[in-house]
Ligand binder design. Sequence first.
Ligand code: KG4
Ligand code: ZN
Length: 339
Amino acid sequence: MSEVKILAIESSCDETAAAVVVDGRKVLSNVISSQIDIHKLYGGVVPEIASRKHVENINGVIEEALSQAEMTLSDMDAIAVTYGPGLVGALLVGVAEAKAIAFAAKKPLIGVHHIEGHVSANYIAHPELEPPFLCLIVSGGHTHLVVVKDYGEYEIIARTRDDAAGEAFDKVARAIGLGYPGGPKVDKLAKEGNPKAIAFPRAVVEDAPLDFSFSGLKSSVLNYLNGAQMKGEQINRADVAASFQQSVVDVLVGHTMQAAKELGITKVAMAGGVASNSALRAGMEAACEKEGFSLYYPTPILCTDNAAMIGSAAYYEYIKGVRDGWDLNAVPNLKIGQR
Ligand code: KG4
Ligand code: ZN
């Protein structure tokens, strides 16, 4: 088969992104227009503003992606777009755009699950990686352990019962005055702190030991901060950041290792924004080395929201013959593996 070139579009949250990807692994362009500077004024993503900014930016971002790839629409074999999960108004901008382009250029349309895109970022970063493998997905809205049985085939084996890992980072960052988005700021400040300074909890979910729960940890950090304030004590923000982060990392690494051992899987991957966290990378690397497992994670630019990962996931759907109709709609709470 000749090369399959896919134009992919992503607009599920606060980045407007487009990319041209060849055969699911080779990225010819990966353009990301971030809205972070606007949303940080409000301490988080404002859905209405996100939708409006996507409308303003999307045409330019797509043109830039094609131009950087030195291609035109007619060179594309398919148009791919994230159709869920995410903010409904934000998703709709990408979906409507993809449908319009695909219809006008007479190209097949492929809807992609955002989180399956995050997992597929590993195929770009590691050309030799093939399923099956275990993947820890840690983003702003999701914390899952999935077995990637084959391309596009996922079995969820653990999930969070409350907050996602990235959400916990963002909430703790706000509590210690670091602002939005909090994850990278906690990561940076934690380097100056002592991860053993404060004994924050490592939650266990009684009936499902591989599941995650981060709301108790978040409350524990808030109680610690309130307690110190009431007693008039100075807090060491770097110690809070480092100790909180260590608690999250211990749980994520511990559950991932336990799952891999129970399932007899020796290939472990990470995906999503939190997979950029330096302590998580170091912790997972050490644990995998000890167990003799191979570890895969994408570069930071491929960990955050981007369209190249959507183009990669779409390729494996394309070669299976998956096509979507003009009735493709945004599905804000789309489940992994659902179609
Ligand atoms: O995957 P992503 O870009 O968007 C979603 O699909 O949610 O993930 C964003 C999340 C945010 O919560 C952000 O704070 C977190 O990933 N994050 C990090 C780091 N970089 C991004 N969390 C911890 N450490 C980091 N270095
Ligand atoms: Zn994401």
